[in-house]
Design a protein around this ligand. Structure first.
Ligand SMILES: N[C@@H](CCC(=O)N[C@@H](CS)C(=O)NCC(=O)O)C(=O)O
Length: 214
């Protein structure tokens, strides 16, 4: 099994943190996204969505999508469990991961891509075209993040992690949502006592790959 990744990218780091939590070392090929390597062979045929991360299995099968890759790894290396141990846990972790990903991580990812000049001509992940950056998308992403924080802050007053007492994939998604909020210089997190406590807890985990980038 080989992982194709580019360490500074948000989704690549999500998989790295997941692997670190499980203490797994996978053979990893760094694909330089900044030099457009995803649009060159052999990568463009391996993943026509032109994004990292992607996983190549022994039989040549390619799995893309961060969460799908993590699910596959979870089945191969179940310890520690990060997607839940029974039907109820699995459903709740999936619920939280979707809430965090759809209502916070992705809106902020689009805010960053629509704001930072680095992403001009590449506003949609894995594309190079003339689609223009839109200030409305920047604003909407931040508004959606605030709505999510309003909703999760009270929940986090009663829960150490987003889905209870143990870390899960949903927390890893949350960690990278906060990392995007830092790029956008959103300091409103300080207004949310419980979310701030959760954010700090995730930052301080030894598995946090961002600590190794600094
Ligand atoms: N839906 C995909 C998105 C992956 C994605 O957005 N990858 C970005 C890095 S964070 C990428 O490879 N971008 C390449 C580019 O835009 O050139 C997933 O969840 O894995």
């Amino acid at each position: 099994m080989k992982l194709y990744n580019f360490t500074p990218a948000a989704n690549a780091l999500r998989v790295e943190m997941f692997l670190n939590e499980k203490s797994i070392n996978l053979e990893t090929i760094q694909v330089n996204v900044r030099e457009d390597e995803l649009f060159k062979e052999p990568y463009k045929s391996m993943n026509p969505f032109n994004c990292v991360p992607f996983l190549e299995l022994e039989d040549g099968t390619i799995i893309t999508e961060t969460i799908s890759i993590c699910r596959y790894i979870e089945e191969k290396y179940p310890d520690p469990v990060l997607f839940g141990s029974n039907a109820k846990e699995r459903a709740l972790i999936d619920m939280w991961n979707r809430r965090i990903e759809l209502d916070g991580f992705l809106p902020l990812l689009h805010s960053v891509r629509n704001k930072t000049s680095f992403f001009k001509g590449k506003v949609i992940p894995g594309t190079r075209n003339e689609i223009c950056q839109s200030p409305e998308i920047v604003t909407r992403g931040i508004e959606m993040f605030k709505v999510l924080l309003d909703r999760i802050d009270p929940h986090l007053s009663k829960n150490k992690f987003i889905s209870g007492d143990s870390l899960s994939i949903a927390d890893i998604t949350g960690h990278f949502m906060f990392n995007l909020s830092k790029i956008l210089k959103i300091d409103l997190v300080e207004k949310y006592e419980n979310a701030s406590r959760w954010k700090l807890e995730l930052e301080n985990r030894p598995s946090n790959p961002i600590n190794n980038l600094i």
